[in-house]
Design a binder for this molecule. Sequence first.
Ligand SMILES: C[S@@+](CC[C@H](N)C(=O)[O-])C[C@H]1O[C@@H](n2cnc3c(N)ncnc32)[C@H](O)[C@@H]1O
Length: 528
Amino acid sequence: MLFEKTMPTLNWIGKEAVVNHDKEVPFKLLKKVKSASAGENSQNLIIHGDNLEALKALMPYYHGKVKCIYIDPPYNTGNEKWVYNDKVNSPKIKKWLGKVVGAESEDLCRHDKWLCMMYPRLKLLRDLLADEGAIFISIDDVEHSHLNLILNEIFGEENFVANIIWQKKYSPQNDAKYFSDMHDFVVVYAKHKNIGTEKDGWVRNLVSRTETQNARYKNPDNDPRGPWKPADFSVKTYSKAYDYPVTTPSGRLVNPPNGRSWSTSQENFKKWLEDNRIWFGKNGSNIPSVKVFLSEVQEGTVPLTIWLRDEVGDNQEAKQEIKEILEAEKFPFDTPKPVRLITKILQITTDKDSLVLDSFAGSGTTGHAVMDLNKDGGGNRKFILVEMEDDVAKPITAERCKRAIEKYSYKDGFEFCELDKPLFNEECQIEETCDFNQFATYIYFTETQTNIDKGKIDKNFIGEYGETEYYLIYKEKHKNVLNKSFLKKIKENGNRRVIYADKCLIDEDILEKHKIQFKQIPYEVKVY
Ligand SMILES: C[S@@+](CC[C@H](N)C(=O)[O-])C[C@H]1O[C@@H](n2cnc3c(N)ncnc32)[C@H](O)[C@@H]1O
């Protein structure tokens, strides 16, 4: 368990087998597929593969770097007729459950399976999240309560932010047995909600004001400062000093309503009155209110926990968006999300250059929303999408992003990647196709738990951390030797060195003298 504080936890069959399974997932390499990519040198990625392995493969590159994670995992509705519904029962996940949970997996109920599937993936997602990052998860009633409990375990209940209600449809279902289900949840957790100063943890942005919100501001007295809205001048928290009579322009004496006091001192009230910030109604005899000017609140509003379809779209709008782009006759998905919904999430939690991750990508709405927000100088956010299904990843996720780029002239592109072989092959040797940069990135990460700065790689030098420098001799099999001529090339600067190579031809005492620690490939390469 990640948090020691005692709190109610959820138990299910198979839990023991999966709580630390994220540590056992083999590290696989990623292979770029140029023909399925779009544009040149884009840092956006679409990965085809099971997200458990894909998230692990991303770790050396993006550990602690992702500002916003949005996921829309299978809701586990048991409805199998859709392309991506209930993937807990998909053959790939069944096979995985069989392997990890063992014979017991045959007896698991639907909820057990879903929880086994989600738990290790959520742990990896948390590791990828930046300290200032947050995760947003779409879910409905079937797994909502379970999800909140495992998120409390993995993220800490103190990092719970909100269960947003999203109005997913407009027309009520009049033949519903009990209630017509009109909403989904978007569950929000921060990696660190309140650590140290506000800056250390997650800071949410304000959201842009809607037309409807702006329309509430009027200007009945033609104030030259523009439209305003009256706000209550009395408050619930009683203070004797703020309880004083006020004379209205019509000469009426008014006191705060019963049990309440005014929101400011008498002195301040006078200043506001002189500045024409107090409103007594058209007839000048109402209880006072304070004028809140639109020009002073223009920077945005605090996000609410109810998101209506008028503002962020619904499932129907999402289907329409995909239909228009993919020109699909038959619609393959039941529950895609509209671009406006994801855009709102991005507005709340990203900056212009943030990295966004969606590891249950489906039709690629998250990629589309990122590119749309970036357009016309709107930013340079990057996205990583992961999709497991063969008949979705290339033909739908990547194709939708590709067509959106063409249709809306987005400046972004993406690299399409397949999950490749594991770094360690069956003989526990380093996979031959692994190149220097891939291996260096892995080694640097397992040594430092931070991501390599590729710009600093200089021949065999792959980076430094604290007072230790890291070197990798990895060119050709049987030629990766730490010898005297290599030693001569390293400048003395008092730092400790860790050097990875196949073989070492230098005596122990010389290594010690030069503060060198030799690590033999592959035996001393840490399994991460
Ligand atoms: C509910 S859909 C996401 C819909 C998406 N938000 C959209 O707007 O189109 C879930 C997707 O996750 C994929 N998926 C399920 N399990 C997965 C796994 N283990 N790894 C990667 N993708 C997975 C499914 O194939 C499906 O396409």
